[in-house]
Design a protein around this ligand. Structure first.
Ligand SMILES: [Zn+2]
Length: 310
């Protein structure tokens, strides 16, 4: 009897301790152990957390190097935008690159020196680029007081940028279609590719072997819809409907803003602009700079509703 009672008392004690742990301690433990989950679900107010150094995977050396953060931003700005561009465009680029890098670091991703993240080279950094980066030192792009971590950019838009959700999977309030009509000196204004329909067919099938297109012929290749920025959103190819971005990567087009025309058994694809079309157009940034806009005006034009941190 006494023995039985002792066990019951122990059960009660264990029960109380368990409840205490669940109700009081566990939430605290979870938050302490997984701070990044909490941060990335809701986003947190930006308080100026710029790291002093970053670890970047240097492809050529096959190893990580620790680089002062602002030096990294210099190397990215110099690699991602021609140094001949206007100083205000280079400054806009440096803020976008700094923001994007910080977003990747915050999400726990590792940085590399290729287009996968941002191209980074430590050599050939002109004094003009160094000045542009120094003049925006530590500045990042914010939306609603939080880091606008998806500060994407691309070469040229040929008229309009895109809503992010029409090109990538996520939708972001600062990545919406805006005009970009002045892009002086932009390359790839009208890129033509002509090939036989059978070559077109094998390139598409090779790129998407999992899809059953059936016989692809002139009569069943048709653009179905366009995105807000004017790129091909969906296109019928054989028995399937695929995205313009799929065609872009299958054929290696500069952009998904393209038209198609036929002549006999040949197809011509004419694309304009270069890059995915989401965020800041670099040639457009240069155009706005030539018109006298400063880097903050350039950034807030392309990233709607954002502000530049102090
Ligand atoms: Zn990478």
């Amino acid at each position: 009897m006494f023995h039985q009672r002792k066990i019951n008392m122990r059960h009660v004690a264990i029960y109380i301790a368990s409840m205490l742990f669940l109700v009081v301690l566990l939430p605290y433990v979870s938050i302490k152990l997984f701070p990044s989950l909490v941060e990335h679900e809701d986003g947190i107010a930006y308080k100026g957390e710029i790291p002093k150094t970053v670890k970047v995977y240097i492809t050529e050396k096959k190893k990580y190097e620790t680089i002062p953060f602002e030096k990294y931003v210099q190397g990215v700005t110099a690699s991602e935008m021609p140094s001949a561009f206007e100083p205000e465009a280079l400054k806009a680029q440096s803020v976008a690159s700094r923001t994007y890098a910080l977003g990747r670091i915050n999400s726990g991703a590792k940085l590399c020196d290729t287009v996968h993240c941002q191209v980074y080279r430590s050599d050939n950094i002109s004094a003009k680029v160094k000045d542009a980066v120094n003049e925006t030192k530590g500045q990042v792009l914010l939306y609603d007081g939080k880091l606008a971590s998806h500060a994407l950019y691309f070469a040229s838009s040929a008229g309009k940028t895109e809503n992010s959700e029409e090109v990538f999977s996520g939708s972001f309030p600062y990545l919406v279609s805006v005009s970009s009509s002045y892009e002086p000196g932009a390359t790839h204004k009208k890129e033509k590719q002509t090939m036989s329909i059978s070559t077109f067919s094998s390139k598409i099938k090779e790129h998407m072997p999992e899809l059953n297109f059936g016989k692809i012929k002139r009569s069943n290749i048709r653009i179905k819809s366009h995105s807000k920025g004017g790129r091909v959103k969906s296109i019928k190819v054989g028995q399937k409907i695929i995205s313009g971005a799929d065609v872009r990567s299958a054929l290696g087009l500069y952009s998904a803003r393209f038209k198609i025309s036929f002549k006999g058994q040949k197809i011509t694809i004419t694309s304009s602009g270069s890059g995915h079309g989401v965020g800041m157009s670099q040639y457009g940034a240069n155009g706005l700079a030539k018109k006298g806009k400063d880097y903050k005006e350039i950034l807030t034009h392309y990233y709607k509703g954002t502000t530049v941190s102090k």
